[in-house]
Design a binder for this molecule. Sequence first.
Ligand code: C5P
Length: 400
Amino acid sequence: MKYPYLENKNILIGVSSGIAIYKAVDLVSKLRKMNLNLKVIMTKNAKNWVSDQIFSAVGNCDVYYSSFDVKGGWIPHTELSNWADLFIVAPATANIIAKISCGISNDLLTSTAIAFAKESKLIVPTMNVRMYENKALQRNLKILEADGWTIIEPEVGHLADGEIGKGRYPDNDRILEYAEYLLCKKDFLNKKVLISAGPTVEKIDPVRYITNRSSGKMGYELAREFACRGADVTLVSGPTNLTAPSLVKNFIPVESAIDMEKVMVTYSENSDIIIMSAAVGDFRIKNFSAQKLKKDDVLVLELEKNPDILKELGEKKRENQILIGFAAETQNHEEYAKKKLKEKKLDMIIVNDVSRKDIGFESDENEVIVYSYGEEYRLEKNHKRIIAALIIDYVYNKFC
Ligand code: C5P
């Protein structure tokens, strides 16, 4: 995953003594691989689980735990809170949550929390389910929220003590998606964005199907970027191997083109911006077999045409709605793109050259040409997240 809004930022990780501390080591490792500026604060108890040397080695960074480690005029809690653009407390124990919510500052982590005056502060509660559900803990979380902390809810699942429930440390990518949200501009606030992604699947029988090649990565990156910039995103996705971006409010999985059509038409009514990046199958099976076909059956597949969802959305398009399509082409890009732009009543079309092996389809990178009426915008090869950000900048400048 790529996190452009974390680049060149100073990131301070506060670690308290949850057993999930080993996952915070992985968080630091991930951030180091991105070449970010890192520093870590550990509580005294956290050092009972893992050594500060681990964080220092994995993060290639300084690790602090004493408020009294004063060097000349360098006072740890005020210097660290000034230095950090982003403060992540992970894992956060019930104890550290209680202390921060009451304003207690009796060690370096809590003193830094009190001195940190920016909005970009995240806390990741991680503990046993009964501790998490405890009324005092819940009350403290509400206080933290009111004080401007962004709280990442723990996941439900197996806990370190063998119980099952809410309290698990979340995926680190989820934490970083929230971190980015706190640092990026919000130019699509209050905009409703509808995006389709991935392939569609047309069943032949209960175990077989025909589909199109599509990883869904481009559509998911567009959804991630729009959500990061404040949009209210609905992502309608055919089957992919991807995890829905954490900030996407509404994720709707679908299978066939007909399923996708129903959902897209319903949600389009309320959407300001619609992007069809799905690789919709042009045909479906006419003679679907409810029973599994036998190998020696004489097999003739009869196909019928699927609806062109994008065209239908173009017909229904209301004033001020922005409709964007994709086109996968192997030749005559400009001619085909301009034809589709007009025929499907689009505002913009994005062309992928699918004859190239180094971009498009399963690749993390893409290179596209954007066509709108009278304008052509070429985007050089780049990570799909960056391509998404540039496409969205273009949409903002042109239509918003
Ligand atoms: O006409 P063509 O299939 O090349 O157009 C591609 C665009 O149309 C894409 O945005 C794709 O999501 C959309 N499409 C659609 N319904 C189809 C086929 C394609 O909405 N049945």
